[in-house]
Design a protein around this ligand. Structure first.
Ligand SMILES: Nc1ncnc2c1ncn2[C@@H]1O[C@H](COP(=O)(O)OP(=O)(O)OP(=O)(O)O)[C@@H](O)[C@H]1O
Ligand SMILES: [Mg+2]
Length: 259
């Protein structure tokens, strides 16, 4: 099983790319579980599911911990030989979406002043530890913009960090920081995806000049069809399956499959 985290600055295209990539993988028969760890909770909609059909983990932490019979703060519980049937614990929280991609939503901040997301992120980390021994081919995490998720160590020893960026100094700055944190956590490969690239832009050259030192680097073209689809509440893969953005993500999928 491959574990992948998708991260990057706000609005660079993380959710669009993870939703499309996960569906393309699932269409080839791979078993894909995606986890939305962004409290904005956009991933469900990007996979064609209404949030009203999803039971977020954060609202049910007490139940889940009771089922796991675990201490909420023990992030290493799954390593301590606790034999549980993880599917039974989380079945209520998994929603089947487009092309058979399975989705778990971490949840959000319920009201102003209700506190931070640390315990919710810790719960996701714990579940990923259990899920890793299950029968998924890919577990992919969509994250909140920025670097906080790495502070909680969620992606510890993941296979890939996909850092989505645009060719703008501020986004590149975030990218550089994320890659450092990702390496600190022992993620095996840092892959940069430069999104919204205008035709003819030599993103590899530019990114190298900007000092990015990724293991692999890909580009995804800017495609107005993505915005058209968003405005209509449709998914790019359904709205314009031949769009350049789909073609580019397809290529990235093949590279990921090669390892
Ligand atoms: N290749 C692309 N070409 C044109 N527009 C794009 C492309 N990829 C994403 N977009 C647009 O960029 C906007 C942000 O996309 P998306 O929500 O996927 O980003 P995000 O990084 O997940 O944002 P957030 O940080 O809020 O979670 C959307 O309006 C989307 O339609
Ligand atoms: Mg997003």
């Amino acid at each position: 099983m491959k574990k992948i985290i998708v991260t990057g600055k706000g609005g660079v295209g993380k959710t669009t790319i993870i939703a499309t990539l996960s569906r393309l993988l699932a269409r080839e028969g791979h078993r894909v579980l995606v986890i939305d760890c962004d409290p904005s909770m956009n991933l469900a909609m990007s996979l064609g599911v209404s949030l009203s059909d999803v039971l977020p983990l954060a609202e049910n932490k007490a139940n889940i911990h009771a089922k796991l019979e675990l201490d909420l703060d023990d992030e290493h519980a799954h390593e301590n030989g606790n034999e549980i049937e993880i599917d039974e614990v989380i079945e209520d929280y998994i929603v089947e979406t487009k092309d058979g991609v399975k989705l778990i939503v971490m949840g959000t901040i319920p009201y102003g002043g209700s506190g931070c997301l640390c315990s919710s992120i810790a719960l996701v980390k714990l579940l990923i530890g259990y899920i890793a021994s299950g029968d998924n081919d890919f577990v992919m995490v969509d994250s909140q913009a920025g670097v906080e998720i790495f502070g909680r160590g969620l992606a510890s020893e993941f296979d890939f960090t996909l850092v989505i960026t645009e060719l703008m100094p501020k986004a590149i700055e975030v990218t550089r920081h994320v890659m450092t944190l990702s390496r600190d956590l022992g993620v095996k490969k840092q892959i940069v995806i430069v999104n919204k690239v205008e035709d003819g832009t030599e993103c590899e050259t530019i990114s190298r000049e900007l000092g990015l030192n990724a293991d692999q680097m890909y580009s995804v073209r800017c495609d107005k069809k993505v915005i058209e689809a968003d405005k209509k509440g449709l998914l790019i893969l359904d709205y314009a399956p031949q769009a350049s953005v789909v073609e580019d993500i397809q290529r990235i999928k093949e590279e990921i499959l090669e390892g």
